[in-house]
Each structure stands twice: as structure tokens, then as C-alpha cells.
Write a protein that binds this ligand. Sequence first.
Ligand SMILES: Nc1ncnc2c1ncn2[C@@H]1O[C@H](COP(=O)(O)OP(=O)(O)OP(=O)(O)O)[C@@H](O)[C@H]1O
Length: 444
Amino acid sequence: DFLPPVVYQYLKCIISNSFTALQTNVSIVIEEFESCLNTNEIFEAVQTYLGSQCISSARVLKLSKPNNFKNLTFTMSTDQIVEDTFEGFKVKWSSHCVEKNISMGGYSRSLENRYFKLSFHQKYKEKVHSSYIPYINEVAQRIKFKNKQRKIYTNKSLEEGRRYGLWSNVPFSHPSTFDTLAIDPVLKKDIKADLTKFVQRSEYYNRVGRAWKRGYLLYGPPGTGKTSLIAAVANFLEFDIYDLELTAVASNSQLRKLLISTSSKSVIVVEDIDCSLDLSDRVKEQNVEVNNTEDEANSIKCNRRVKGTVSLSGVLNFVDGLWSSCGGERLIIFTTNHKEKLDQALLRPGRMDKHINLTYCEIEAFKMLAKNYLGINKHHLMKEVEVMLPVIKMTPADIGEIFMSCDEDADLGMKKVLEKMVSLKKIVDSKLHHGIQVEDAVED
Ligand SMILES: Nc1ncnc2c1ncn2[C@@H]1O[C@H](COP(=O)(O)OP(=O)(O)OP(=O)(O)O)[C@@H](O)[C@H]1O
């Protein structure tokens, strides 16, 4: 009070500078809101990270269950301090809350602004910037992804005959996994390896300039596990599913809108593609250009618009990744019972990267079903089943149904299945006897 203001300021400045020079710690402040109420993503990341990493050292934690999360989550309460260790050095985190004036649209408003303060020795400044902060972000994304309640989205109308045009969703929890799936073990291993490679190759797709997406075509008779495989894939990757019903999409532009609104880390499924798309329209379009007059060409195109259906070229654009891979990785799966009906354009590599044939039940798949449904690894009737399986055609769905009806009674299950096989074989034999070709007889 006795010093003249100029002298006071001068002395204050000298003292403060000397203390700063002596100080070895530096701090980073991470606020919840940036100006104009924009949430600060790194604040959320730190909050998630600290909630998971520092449970043991914080004295007060907040427990909550956000709407979209499967699990309970911890967050650090205000005025807490925790320590963390990264690559051999220590950092200190503290959480605070202050009133902050934020201006919005010409007027200002005061609100609670939480912030985290990260303190560490200045010699680690570079490491904190280049490694620790990105590491926190990465861990937080991983935790968020793991915690997120997965969903299955559909664009199908709940009311019959009405075009829905938007995604509606419900939580996704299908029990099918690669362990419960009865398919050839070599194929199973191959699919799992392909999926694992795909999700780890973000850098690679970037480098070669390709959209980060992969197309699968699942084909085979009904009941061989196409839908079950899709559920197993989504569970394996922990992705959401978008069940796209093409007949409920009014136009190519609506298809585009639907695809843009899908999230990354998702499986987009089009079941029974041969039934949902007029696959001859590409041929029509080509013929139109070569043979028909402009009027006729227009009338066909208008017709299609009146029908309001998606064209093959719309679907090709979608699989080419133009509209389906804005952002992160996406798997596109088509299923069909009739691969031969599909347009070659749809089948070429790059569009359908992997063609997966799901066949009638073979012995390895049968053993898996017996293990899952009846809890057995071997049985004295297994040899007979092995002889019968290539002769008759039974799907895993058929066999599963019989096993289900036997209430886990292994002997009864095996006996019933074998009886069914014997009766099917008799039918096949009688048809052969009447001169029907082997393939047709079995197929019938
Ligand atoms: N390979 C399989 N492994 C385990 N279970 C299977 C398998 N295939 C079929 N199932 C059982 O049969 C039922 C029907 O199978 P799913 O719907 O997956 O067949 P699909 O090939 O998709 O048939 P569709 O072509 O008619 O849609 C499923 O509920 C599942 O329990």
C-alpha cells in the first residue's frame, strides 16, 4: 500500500519472473467448453480415460450409466488429484470447476465450466504432446467403443406397404458367434483372419487410396446360416448392424441419404439381393442406349422413378464406397440363395471381395451342432451320420431343429437325426429308381 503503483508493478513483475524461472513443472488446462458452448472432445476423452485408469488412486469418483452405454462408468469428481505414469514418467491430474462467462448470439451467460489440469516436469513436455495426449485419446475411443450399446438399425417400415425412408433402431444382442456357428472350420478361420486384417488396415487403405470397406457375398440354400454368420461377424467385430431393405428405399438419392447417415464401424446388410433389386435393369439401360429412341429411354427411366425403386447402378455406387465409407470402416454384406442370378458387375472383386459359400451340413459342421445342442464330442452313431450326410442334403437349420426337440438328450437327438436321414435317403433312392438324375433327386 505504501509503494507507488509503478514501483509496485515493477517489483511484482521481477518476483513473478524469478519464480517462473525456478519452476520446473508445467501445466496444461483442458476445459469442458470452448467458446460458444462447443464441447471440447479432448475433455471428454480425458474424462473417460481418467475414469478407467485412475479408479484406484482417486478418493471420490462419480458413477453413472449414460443412455447409450452397456456398462457403468466412473468419472473423476471435482477437486480431486490423481497421478498417472506413462512411459516411465509421472504426471498429475486435478479436476476443477469454475463459473465462466460464455457469449452466445450477442448475449453472455454464466455457466459451470469444468476443467482438468495436467501437471508434469517440463522436460517431458514434448513426450506429453506427441505421445501421452494421443494415447489418452486412443484409450478413450477404445473404452467408448467397448461400452457403447450396439444397435441394429433398419429402414423397414413397421406398417406394411409404407416406405419408411429412415433408420430406426433397437439394441443388438444376437447370441450367434463364431463358436456357435456350424461351418467348415477352415472357412471359419479364414473369415476371422480376413475380418481381423480388415479392421487393422486403416493406414493401408489410406495409402493406396481406397475406401475403407469390404464387401462380402454370402450365398447358399436357405437355413445354411447366412443370417447367423452376419450376427457372428457383428459380434466378433463389435459393430452395429444396418439392415438395409432395398425395396423400402424410394430412390437412389434416398439410398445415398441412408448410407451417409450410417456410422463407422458398422456392417451394412442387404439380404436376398436377388429379390430386392431388378437385376435386369442394367441390361435394360445398356439396350436402351444402343437400340431404343431417346423417348423410350426416358420412359423406362421414368417408369423406374414411378416404381420408386433403387437401380443397380445406385447399388453399385454404394458398394464402390462413394456413399458407404464416409468416415470409418464398413463391411457390406449381401446375401442370396441364387448367386447365378446376380449381375456380374456386382460380383467383381472390389465390389464383392469375398464370396462365401454356405453349404448343406457336412460332418465337421454336424459335430459342432452336436456339441452345441447336445453337449457331445463323439457318439457311436457318428460314423453312420458321416456316411449319410453327403448322400442326403440337410441344412444346419434342419439338424438344429431336430436337436432342439430332444431337450439335450444326446442319444435321442442322434437317433432322431439318423432316422430322418434314412427316410430322406429312401425318397432319394426311389426317385433315382424312377430315372430322376442324382442331383435333382437330392435337391427335391
Ligand atoms: N451354420 C449354422 N450354424 C449354426 N446354426 C445354424 C447354422 N445355419 C442355420 N442355423 C440355425 O438355423 C436357423 C436359421 O438359420 P439362418 O437364418 O442363419 O439361415 P439363412 O441361411 O440365413 O436362411 P435364409 O436364406 O432363409 O435367410 C438359425 O436360427 C440357426 O439357429
